[in-house]
Ligand binder design. Structure first.
Ligand SMILES: NC(=O)C1=CN([C@@H]2O[C@H](COP(=O)(O)OP(=O)(O)OC[C@H]3O[C@@H](n4cnc5c(N)ncnc54)[C@H](OP(=O)(O)O)[C@@H]3O)[C@@H](O)[C@H]2O)C=CC1
Ligand SMILES: N[C@@H](C[C@H]1CC(C(=O)O)=NO1)C(=O)O
Length: 329
């Protein structure tokens, strides 16, 4: 079997998750981990997997079929996305929803120019939840849609806090408002503004001597991430963060309630939910499936940026169409 050879760019929670996910996919092979840090400070604990500084990436252009970009969306991917899409097929999990259209345009231009294929905003939201929002809307054109996340750790929001000057470490929990969920489940079809659906709880380790009030203000007013939410900021020690906030569970659901029939008197509900012990390991598993698909799309000459709306579902699996018809139809 010809394997898809992949590389990991950025060895954090998501990068480690990709390393684990590759081992569950016999048709995928990990060639190397690419990091901005000195290579002797990053230990991947896996025989045969090279650790390379990102400045030496060009040496691997002919050795890697798809590069999995595992950097943070707040500040890493806006730079690393275009940089790596010029050299490789890529898959990333870019999740700043407000900026996805602009990111898509830039990635599409770079990937097209270089004959590469780049899957962007892959994961669960954006990603599998996006797919299900679209599917539900296509099937039930007359209705109301809702997305709820948590209670769990948003990696994107946690990463965004960690990038603030004076922050040493941080975790952000997204907390759904139970009254909002109840109103949706009761079929009220409420109009729910962003603030009305979730609150955000942050646990922050400040650097020695950092201005905590300044950090709190930067978090609460951060556009796209916190500005539209009720957000609480708690300062804790590194030991408290490590002992009480090291797990990264998450999940949520997308739901659409729609009406059908001559008199629109049939109420139909579509719901897709996730319950994740590990947000990074699940997200990484989605990225690896898309690495398989992007490799095939590029071999077919389909270049440019792709979202979950552009990639055929059957390309995500190693199974043939005949196997799918036999086993899963
Ligand atoms: N679409 C979706 O559904 C989802 C998207 N995501 C996205 O994934 C992104 C990455 O999340 P996550 O992996 O948790 O972020 P991390 O903070 O763990 O890692 C981000 C980067 O920071 C660097 N880094 C990691 N650990 C260290 C360290 N100890 N010292 C110095 N640098 C370090 C790494 O780059 P380097 O090795 O180069 O130093 C890494 O790529 C999030 O920002 C989010 O946007 C996450 C979940 C779901
Ligand atoms: N992109 C999110 C995945 C989901 C979770 C989330 C949130 O809690 O706000 N939004 O989307 C992440 O980084 O974890």
């Amino acid at each position: 079997m010809k394997k898809t050879k992949v590389g990991i760019v950025g060895y954090g929670n998501l990068g480690k998750g990709v390393q684990a996910a590759v081992k569950q996919n016999p048709d995928i092979e990990l060639v190397g981990v690419f990091t901005r840090r000195p290579v002797d400070t990053v230990n991947v604990n896996e025989e045969g997997v090279e650790v390379v500084n990102v400045d030496d990436t060009e040496d691997y252009i002919d050795k890697i079929d798809v590069m999995l970009l595992c950097g943070g969306s707040a500040t890493d991917l806006p730079v690393q996305g275009p940089k790596f899409a010029a050299m490789f097929n890529t898959v990333d999990s870019y999740d700043n929803h407000d900026e996805i259209p602009e990111y898509y345009s830039e990635m599409n231009e770079v990937a097209e120019e270089n004959g590469n294929t780049s899957a962007i905003s892959i994961g669960w939201d954006p990603g599998l939840f996006s797919m299900n929002r679209m599917l539900a809307e296509a099937v039930l054109p007359e209705g109301n849609a809702y997305t709820f996340w948590g209670h769990g750790v948003s990696q994107g929001h946690s990463d965004a806090i960690r990038r603030i000057d004076g922050v040493k470490d941080a975790v952000q929990y997204t907390v759904p408002k139970e009254d909002a969920i109840e109103r949706v489940r009761q079929g009220e079809n409420p109009e729910l503004a962003t603030k009305k659906k979730h609150t955000r709880e942050c646990y922050v380790v400040a650097e020695e001597g950092a201005d905590k009030e300044q950090i709190k203000e930067e978090i609460k007013t951060m556009p796209s991430y916190f500005a539209d939410y009720e957000t609480t900021v708690n300062f804790v020690t590194q030991e408290e963060l490590d002992t009480e906030h090291s797990a990264m569970p998450h999940g949520g659901f997308v739901m659409r309630s729609g009406q059908t029939g001559e008199n629109k008197d049939s109420n139909q509900i579509i719901e897709f939910s996730l319950n994740l012990d590990s947000n990074p390991e699940f997200t990484a598993s989605v990225l690896v499936a898309y690495a398989r698909a992007i490799h095939q799309l590029n071999q077919e000459g389909q270049t440019g940026a792709k979202t979950v709306f552009d990639v055929p579902l059957s390309y995500l699996t190693h199974k043939s169409s005949a196997e799918l018809r036999k086993e899963l139809l």
